[in-house]
Design a protein around this ligand. Structure first.
Ligand code: PRP
Ligand code: URA
Length: 209
């Protein structure tokens, strides 16, 4: 069964609290989403494989660890996932970036896919699927299915705010996926918004309504 990591680092909690405030404007919201994505990636990359390398420091010959160079892909769910990409690339600059366009129908709350473009060798890359919000879980669930249909084998989902319903929905259909999130909130309201949440992440990132 996939695991859920609710990452309770003080910096993450503090920055998440800041973006929950409804007064926070687009510029600060964007910067904080970027920083939170970077901090969560630190946690989600804990199991990256290392290998030994021998070399000379100015003082002695030594054997130390380095990353094996396992290939990664960062895949944001458009639009809001875009706000997390730069923060992740700061830590993993060699990662390739794919895109999955999906919006939630406002009436049915069902996800509608409208775009997908992935690195050609997605089968051999570990995928970090990113979206700030995991609400009903429909968007993430379908995005993971789309990735698997194109050959992706190892997928981690990174979100900022999750509803318990969304976590359950993703793990029910994709028990092989681990979820890293800054918070599992109380639940969903009648309009499918996460409570207390932070509102519409895409609109707040891009200044739309
Ligand atoms: C939001 C959010 C997720 C989705 C979560 O996107 O960024 O993709 O809703 O909801 P779910 O778990 O119930 O599927 P939205 O559809 O508002 O599109 P946007 O990113 O273009 O604003
Ligand atoms: N999408 C958002 O952007 N926010 C929510 O609370 C739920 C879905």
């Amino acid at each position: 069964m996939g695991k859920v990591y609710e990452v309770k680092h003080p910096l993450i909690q503090h920055k998440l609290t800041m973006i929950r405030h409804k007064e926070v404007g687009t510029k600060d919201f964007r910067a904080l989403v970027d920083e939170l994505a970077m901090l969560l990636t630190y946690e989600a990359s804990r199991d990256l494989p290392l290998e030994d390398i021998s070399f000379d420091t100015p003082v002695a010959h030594t054997t130390q660890k380095q990353l094996t160079g396992k290939k990664l892909a960062v895949v944001p769910i458009l639009r809001a996932g875009l706000g997390m990409v730069d923060g992740i690339l700061e830590l993993i600059p060699a990662a390739k970036v794919g895109h999955i366009g999906m919006y939630r129908d406002e009436e049915s709350l069902e996800p509608v896919e409208y775009f997908i473009k992935l690195p050609e060798d997605i089968q051999s890359r570990e995928v970090l699927l990113v979206d700030p919000m995991l609400a009903t879980g429909g968007s993430a669930r379908d995005a993971i299915s789309a990735l698997k249909a194109r050959g992706a084998q190892k997928i981690k989902l990174i979100t900022l705010v999750s509803a318990p319903e969304g976590v359950e929905a993703v793990l029910a259909e994709h028990p092989d996926v681990d979820i890293f999130t800054a918070s599992i909130d109380e639940g969903l309201n009648d309009q499918g918004y996460i409570v207390p949440g932070l509102g519409d992440a895409g609109d707040r990132l891009f200044g739309t309504h």
